[in-house]
Design a protein around this ligand. Structure first.
Ligand SMILES: C[S@@+](CC[C@H](N)C(=O)[O-])C[C@H]1O[C@@H](n2cnc3c(N)ncnc32)[C@H](O)[C@@H]1O
Ligand code: SF4
Length: 424
């Protein structure tokens, strides 16, 4: 509650009253003339649906797969008609579990290559349950360069709590296969701050990951979205989530263990070792999202496609784009959007910061000064860097940001295919 009040106040202080935080119903997207853009592809199917999961997904249903893929091919075609054969600087394939549609991904990627000029990386999320030689070979053939494996934990107690479909004993083989297949970068997703999990459990997960030779780990604290089955379950059973001091201790131990093992912090949640490119689980610049519930950020506005798989298919088959919601992003907010991702990266390059904010936005300089006084960030020659303390508090703010804002939009959008208006 305190953090919620703080985030709300900070938002009001920095952005004033003129920026509305409202997603409104729309049925078209404003596309500027652009030379290049990133793509996000959403595959909303999972063979096992985990109770804690907030993402837009349904249980894998063979009947839906062909219509969904055909709808996506149509969506690609429609963007091609509007944008022409522009450059695609990267593709991120998330879900759901994209590797559940391993053969269909070939068709989708072929279509993108036919319509556009793909110049950058292809990153994909995978589930350990899906990893075998055949799947890995296909991903390599498709040109996937960055891979993330949703390990979550090497501890059966935690995997059971999370309702994962596999036991820890399958993980070394899946991980070794992924790690030995010469992707440019492999990341493991791990989860912490689970009820009943202690510091040594988390450190053990890190120790196992490092001993397998992974170059990057991303540790997500469990978010309990009220609308997810786990959110309801925890409420019903009154299971207590770890409190703020327990989280603080856990985060400090994670940070220290990663540094001791030669890993550097690359985001509030991510640690990386060596020179391999960073696997990034979020799209930051301008991007177009394809698929049910996919988000886009283009022409100074955020958009969401309809979350309903049925309506997504139906709308595309009638020749229209399935966009459902739009929030305009004013000049001020777009600067803060940039800053939000720099904080997520845990450093702010001074040059770009000054170009964007100039000298006149005193509020932001006062806030940075406060961050420094509180020991949350330090000033270096070319950048401001978050300290370990700063990264923890920021992680907490982002946790609440995600819970409060994303939860509001996603929970309505999952209930209604075409919401009229969502105020956040
Ligand atoms: C779409 S999933 C990744 C691929 C695959 N579906 C899987 O679960 O292994 C994205 C990642 O988000 C994280 N995640 C999912 N639900 C979460 C939650 N409620 N709180 C925190 N992290 C979560 C997990 O670490 C997961 O690997
Ligand atoms: S966490 Fe991953 S596998 Fe589990 S339901 Fe969500 S998207 Fe599917």
């Amino acid at each position: 509650m305190l953090i919620e009040t703080i985030t709300g106040r900070v938002r009001q202080y920095l952005l004033g009253a003129e920026q509305e935080f409202v997603f409104k119903h729309i049925d078209s997207i404003d596309l500027p003339r652009i030379d290049k853009i990133d793509l996000y592809i959403h595959i909303p199917f999972c063979k096992n649906v985990c109770p804690y999961c907030p993402y837009n997904k349904v249980k894998y249903d063979k009947k839906l797969i062909n219509p969904y893929v055909n709808a996506m091919l149509n969506e690609i075609e429609q963007y091609y008609e509007r944008l022409g054969k522009i450059e695609i600087s990267s593709i991120y394939i998330g879900g759901g579990t994209p590797t559940n549609l391993i053969d269909e991904l070939a068709v989708i990627l072929r279509k993108i290559r036919e319509c556009f000029i793909l110049t950058g990386d292809i990153a994909i999320e995978t589930n350990p349950d899906d990893i075998n030689e055949e799947v890995i070979n296909k991903l390599k053939r498709y040109g996937v360069t960055l891979l993330s494996l949703g390990v979550q934990s090497f501890n059966d107690k935690c995997l059971t709590f999370l309702g994962r479909s596999y036991e820890a004993n399958i993980l070394p083989q899946a991980a070794t296969l992924a790690l030995s297949s010469h992707f440019e970068s492999v990341n493991f997703d791990l989860m912490f701050a689970l009820p009943g999990q202690n510091i040594s459990d988390v450190i053990n997960d890190l120790r196992k990951s490092f001993s397998l030779g992974v170059g990057q780990v991303t540790l997500y604290p469990l978010f309990t979205f009220p609308y997810s089955a786990a959110g309801k379950y925890l409420k019903l059973k009154k299971i207590k989530m770890p409190g703020i001091f327990a989280r603080r201790k856990m985060y400090r131990a994670i940070h220290q263990f990663c540094l001791d093992n030669g890993f550097q912090r690359v985001s509030v949640w991510g640690f990386k070792k060596g020179d391999a490119p960073r696997y990034s689980s979020v799209t930051r610049g301008c991007y177009i999202g394809l698929g049910a519930g996919a988000g886009s950020f283009v022409s100074n506005a955020f958009y969401f496609n309809t979350f309903s798989i049925e309506k997504y298919i139906e709308t595309l088959s009638s020749g229209k784009l399935p966009v459902a919601l739009k929030m305009d992003v004013g000049k001020k907010l777009s600067r803060y959007y940039w800053l939000y991702w720099r904080l997520y990266d845990t450093y702010i390059p001074k040059k770009h910061f000054k170009e964007l904010f100039g000298e006149e936005d005193n509020k932001i300089y006062r806030l940075l000064w406060l961050f420094k006084v509180l020991g949350l960030c330090r000033e270096e020659t070319n950048q401001f860097s978050l300290t370990e303390r700063g990264a923890f508090w920021l992680h907490l703010m982002q946790n609440y940001f995600v819970l409060n804002y994303i939860n509001k939009v996603w929970s309505v959008a999952m209930r209604e295919a075409w919401p009229d208006r969502i105020k956040i």
